[in-house]
Each structure stands twice: as C-alpha cells, then as structure tokens.
Design a binder for this molecule. Sequence first.
Ligand code: FES
Ligand SMILES: [Fe+2]
Length: 317
Amino acid sequence: MNWHFAAHESQLSGKSAIELRHLESLLGEPMILVSGDDVRCISNVCTHRGMLLVDGSCSRSTLQCPYHGRTFGLDGTMKSMPEFDLTEDFPSAQDNLRTFPSISWKGLIFTGLEPSGLKACLKEMEARIGWMPIEKFEYDHSRNRYYEIRANWALYVDNYLEGFHIPFVHNDLNNALDYDDYRTEIFDGGVLQIGIASDGETIFEIPEESPDFGLKVAAYYYWIYPGLMLNFYPWGLSVNLVIPLSVDRTRIEYYGFVWDKKFLGKGAGGDLDKVEEEDQFVVESTQRGVSSGTYERGRYSPSKEIGVHHFHQMLSS
Ligand code: FES
Ligand SMILES: [Fe+2]
C-alpha cells in the first residue's frame, strides 16, 4: 500500500478540517485533514449511521454530524450523542473516528490506509531540495485545475517521466529549457527530472550546500509512485495528482503553492496550462494508438527513457 499526498498545511489556513476528496477517489475512503492540537488524517464517516461529517471544509472546533448530531473532537474522539442515554456500553472506542497514518515533511502531508515506503523519497528530496522553505509556501486556489482525460493513468505517467518529447510537443517550454542538459535520475520509489534553463531564463538561486550549486536549474520534477508529481519552480510548487477512474479514463488535479510571486508566469513553470494541454493531446492519442491490434510494445531509449523504464519495472514487480 502506498503513501499518498493529502495536502499542504497552508490549505488548512483558517480552517479546522478539509475534505480530501481525491483520496476518496484513490482509496475509496472518505477522509478529512483536521487541525486541532495536532494535524491528522481521520475518517469523514460518522460512526453512527455513516453520514459524511464534513462537506468541503469546516472551521468549527468540533465536528458535528449533520444527520443526528453526533459530535466529535478534532482528534476524532466522540464527545456527545443525543438520545443515547439508555444505550449500554456507550460510547466505546468504536464510536471514535478512525485515525489514518500520516507523515509530514516540510508542510507536505502524506497519508494512506496501511502505507509503507516513502522514506527513501523523502530522504532524496531532503538532500536535494531541503533548502527550499516549502513549509512557508502559500496555497493559491486560483491555480487549482481539474481535468478528466480519455487515457489510462499509466500513459499519463509515462509522458511525465521523460523530457524526450519536449522539443516535439512543447514549443515554448523547449525554448525555456536546455534540452541537451536535461537530467533524469531514478531512486527507490520515484524519479527526479531536472530541467536546466536556457540562457537568460528564470532559475533557482541555489545555495552552496545543495548538490546542484552552480547549475542553472529551471525546474525540479519529482514523481513518486504511483501518481504524485511535485513540480518545483522558482515561483513555488505545483502538485499534480493522477487519479485512475477506469481503464481508459483518468482524472488529473493540480494544486499550486506560491513561494515567490515575482517568478509567476516565468520560465519552465510559466504557462502550465499550455504544457498540460499539449501533453494531454499526446497522451489521449497514445491511448488510441496502444489500443491498436498491431501495436505491442516499443523499445526504450537508453539516454532519454530511464524514468519510463524505472516506472515500468515498478509496475511489473
Ligand atoms: S449518522 Fe451521524 S449522527 Fe446519525
Ligand atoms: Fe510534456
């Protein structure tokens, strides 16, 4: 079982609970992220008759079920319930909301049902981009995007995992990046791609302690198995979630967190809508292509498709 992205802490700003609908789509489990004495992921399902507690978000200090009024603390403990005075052995531990495991790394919160792994990914990110103040990035809901595409989720991931297609598919992005210097690294549980900027393009100010000090980095593209993409640009972070809906339908969600406004609209992360549209065009066409009776499989480019190969090995292991 995998860890999944739940939210960035800034999404909780001014709220005591937010619904994590994407996790319901991914895991079949209605969950909320709550901020009380601590931040935790708990069930959004009332322990009485199963009503959902939070619709969207809430900012109260308790969670009250809209069906018959059962009330829970923000830690998930049942506090009160009308008309249950005569009920024996009530309440018991089963009347509390279930808490799911969670990990918080620099403001990014991950959860899952019975998740394992992720440590290697976080270690890799800590060493590489631990210098960025990710916990201070601010949620900007105007950057949210929701798409439904007609393709299998793995084709969307394949496309993400190589820069090989950039000169063919993305005109503007290709101008912002130095194709020959594009880098791909694989690690346990994921892939990192580093976009090196063309001359004069927007880049990170990388501190000396970073292994990339001196490089003109325009973007760090992290993919974590199976469907999480963390795209770091000088302006901040774009989180992309890949949510399978059926064998040939996939939902893509974008969430944006701003670090430095002055870089918005600039460089490799400047026009994500255009890049996304260009990618979706090839991914949907590829879905039709691979459905052909004559297509079986293609070989991998050793210089440009190590990320795709790594993903396919993970899929088949
Ligand atoms: S379902 Fe929640 S109080 Fe009845
Ligand atoms: Fe692309």
